[in-house]
Design a binder for this molecule. Structure first.
Ligand code: FMN
Length: 134
């Protein structure tokens, strides 16, 4: 597992919506916007499955995911890759379900996707682009 630095954590936390990429076992890519996202500590991301279809199917057969987040203000951008676990019960699931539902009772909060961060890359345009930072 890999920990985000404080400056990267700040940009992550500011970001409202993140594209979440997955791939099927045979390598067909998929990307979908996600907003029910929370950074837990400095090495774990929680995403609530409210309306995932292909994303969830892909994670069941290929548990690796990638996200990116971009800060308009500083123009900095980072890609995060991680290994996922799908939780439909237990204290973590219940905690995030209750949190998500305080934002909107309509959210089905079907499962919690736990992402353990394995890699972080810079995607800010320029000389640092593509570099592994963590
Ligand atoms: C701004 C925005 C935020 C979204 N946030 C979430 C989310 O946090 N969780 C979720 O399950 N779906 C979320 N959705 C809906 C999914 O992106 C949508 O259901 C999409 O079809 C999922 O992709 P998939 O069908 O390829 O799995 C969001 C959609 C938008 C436009």
């Amino acid at each position: 597992m890999v920990a985000l630095s404080d400056d990267i954590k700040e940009i992550f936390t500011k970001t409202k919506v993140m594209p979440m990429a997955t791939a099927s076992k045979s390598g067909v890519p998929n990307v979908a916007p996600m907003a029910s996202i929370q950074l837990v500590g400095d090495d774990t991301v929680w995403i609530m499955d409210n309306y995932m279809v292909k994303t969830l199917e892909n994670l069941k057969e290929n548990p690796i995911t990638a996200l990116y987040f971009y800060d308009q203000e500083t123009k900095r951008c980072f890609q995060v890759k991680g290994a996922t676990e799908i939780k439909t019960s237990g204290p973590d699931y219940e905690k995030f379900r209750d949190q998500v539902r305080t934002k909107g009772h309509q959210y089905p909060a079907k499962s919690l996707i736990v992402i353990k961060i394995t890699d972080v890359f810079e995607c800010t345009p320029g000389k640092e682009a593509g570099k592994k930072v963590r």
